[in-house]
Write a protein that binds this ligand. Sequence first.
Ligand code: SF4
Ligand code: SF4
Ligand code: FES
Length: 217
Amino acid sequence: MITLTADNRTIQAREGSSVLSACLSAGIYIPHLCWLEADAPADAPAACRLCLVEIEGFREPVAACVVTVENGMTVHTGTETVRRLQKTALKLLLSVHRVDCKHCPANKACALQNIAKFLGTGLGCKPFERVLKEPDVDSRHPVLDYYPNRCVLCGICVRVCRQRHQRPLLSFARRGFETVVGCFDADPVAAADCMSCRACLESCPTGALVQRTVVKG
Ligand code: SF4
Ligand code: SF4
Ligand code: FES
């Protein structure tokens, strides 16, 4: 086991685990959206930039999901700098988000709502221009509807789909602000897999994926 200090507490972590995993296991919450529990530090995509922490000896704040724990490490998860950067990361996500919680299936169970609450900003903060995608819903997937303006591009759905299926249906498409999750295979056999799988839908931290009640023929 590795022994480190996080927010003035001595904690222990499994060798090879990430600072994020170590802190969460010790009950120290760090906002995160794109990390999966099984992620080793080298595999974490570090896409959401919400899990920033300061580590003594590091020149700049780092994403806690990609740093491997070391003996004697000292981590600060709630400094002024960390909170400022986390709020900026959240605001960037919200600048491409249609906040309409009342009509969203994730309402009250949404990771984005929880993080906004934790950071004390709420979901109304929008210092950057809001840029929404068209169309508001993509129904190319055989059994799911995808709402790009609720998607935080954490990539979790793409990764779990890849982990479970030899022929994954989900993948990222386009680039930059235009990036979306796309479905590139409307094969009915694969669709049958989706009906019994639902892994993407269940692991999505927001309301971006919704099961369609009427399946396309
Ligand atoms: S994804 Fe979350 S923040 Fe966005 S509209 Fe749905 S409940 Fe609200
Ligand atoms: S659809 Fe959900 S799980 Fe997939 S990238 Fe968007 S927010 Fe993440
Ligand atoms: S959880 Fe670390 S960058 Fe998203």
